[in-house]
Design a protein around this ligand. Sequence first.
Ligand SMILES: [Zn+2]
Length: 274
Amino acid sequence: MNKLAFLTMDVESYFDTSCLKNTDIDRDQKYNCAEEVLTYAKFLSKNDIKGTFFVTVDFIKYCKDYLLEAISLGHEIALHCLTHQSYKNFSKEEFKKEIVESKKIIKEELGVEPVGFRFPRWEYKKELLDVLKEEGFIYDSSVIKPNKSFKKEFGYIYIKNGLYEFAPNIWKFPFKTVLLSGGGFYRFLKGKSMSRVLRKHIKKHDTFMIYFHPFEIHKGYLPVPKRGILQVQKKYLTKNRDVYLDSIQKMIEVLKENGYLFSNMKEYVYSKEK
Ligand SMILES: [Zn+2]
């Protein structure tokens, strides 16, 4: 079987970024970075890649037209839940209500039915995965380091109770796990060190997933808190955003050189279930 790469975006506002919570920055919606959804959709299409967009439903009002264009370009719309909050304290019933509501709005606004899900902030809860299955989802993509209750399928893809799980690629240290799949990683380690680590990883594994957020490819100014956040968080918000898409472009070339094909998650599951 060919090696496979999945390019995804978590569609959410710049203001949904965890380290901006409870800070007093300028929350003018002109800084929400919604337009970068379209930037990325076009970037993927230029590379002849069909991506997966995990959409936070309360952000659709700012990026509806961009998402519709992404759909017309053939990209997949998946769900990043109703609002960008932690669902860790939700009961199954409460979570189900959010899912039903989310699906209804996505159907009305975008005309599609998502079959994939990613929890905001990678904060998943076991019991809630069952709700996804009950509500017709065929995959989830939220579990970092799936435990033994998940059956390994291929590369970083697992199955549990009939639900596929696309885990992010990681780099394990004794006391720390680095998410190689995105977030700030490429932006922090630009250049040689990045390519060394990643090239090795890509050679060794069969699947690779990339995820990031609209603000991370925004080239212009964004408000950053002056106080109350760590230096590393400040860097996460600002570092190398202007060249991030170039880094992703390089990654795509490296993946191709190593024999990877590109798929979106929905198509992968459908191909297995045929
Ligand atoms: Zn998110």
